[in-house]
Design a protein around this ligand. Structure first.
Ligand code: GRF
Length: 200
């Protein structure tokens, strides 16, 4: 049984592409029910259309409430309970997150809780860290926060440019996101110890 997932993007969509490749290769127990974007000009949205995926432009111009209403309508229409954030640059409201608790996953290009926010790679690089990485987590009411499902470290080598680091981080993202989504769909919130999860 393949679980329908909605993927939300705002830009390039390289993680979306990696997820689709994994799904097409039968490595992911999911099918992409729809791709939503707050940015009608997102290259990832154009790519999704070209691939024949269902796409939805979320209208945030009159506020977050309207955008999230459209998102919920799409989830109902496509019978989708699981949302995958892949470079979605909007912060979901507490109300939305509360209504879909545990059903939204995000990828962030740093080792959280270090360097949350939109410039995780750049800020880590400028800080001069020797190790940064990628985090996949369940979304909670705070930004770039919530139970961690997977992390992988990336080493900053002597002489690496910001571009080098970005390339390394994205390479790791494309590898771990599909795998982690698959585990999440199979096991739910596996960041919690099994004992705790078995307590009603
Ligand atoms: C990724 O670095 C992801 O970690 C962050 O936004 C970026 C999206 O890139 N949340 P892409 O649109 O998937 O290429």
């Amino acid at each position: 049984m393949r679980t329908p997932i909605g993927i939300l993007i705002s830009g390039r969509g390289s993680n979306l592409m990696a997820i689709k490749s994994a799904a097409d290769a039968g490595l992911l127990r999911a099918h992409i029910a729809f791709v939503g974007s707050d940015n009608p000009a997102a290259p990832g949205l154009t790519w999704a259309r070209e691939q024949g995926l269902q796409t939805i432009e979320l209208d945030y111009s009159s506020g977050r409430l309207r955008g999230e209403e459209q998102l919920e309508q799409a989830m109902v229409y496509y019978d989708t309970h699981h949302l995958v954030l892949a470079g979605f640059m909007r912060i979901l409201s507490e109300r939305f997150v509360e209504r879909h608790k545990g059903m939204i996953i995000n990828i962030h290009p740093s080792l959280l809780p270090s360097f949350p926010g939109k410039k995780g790679i750049e800020e880590a690089f400028r800080y001069g860290v020797k190790v940064t990485g990628v985090t996949v987590h369940i979304v909670d009411e705070q930004v770039d926060h919530g139970p961690i499902l997977a992390q992988e470290a990336v080493t900053v080598e002597e002489g690496d440019t910001l571009q080098d680091l970005e390339d390394k981080i994205h390479g790791v993202e494309h590898k771990i996101y599909p795998v982690t989504i698959d585990r999440w769909l199979e096991e739910g919130d596996f960041s919690l110890p099994r004992l705790r999860r078995s307590i009603p």
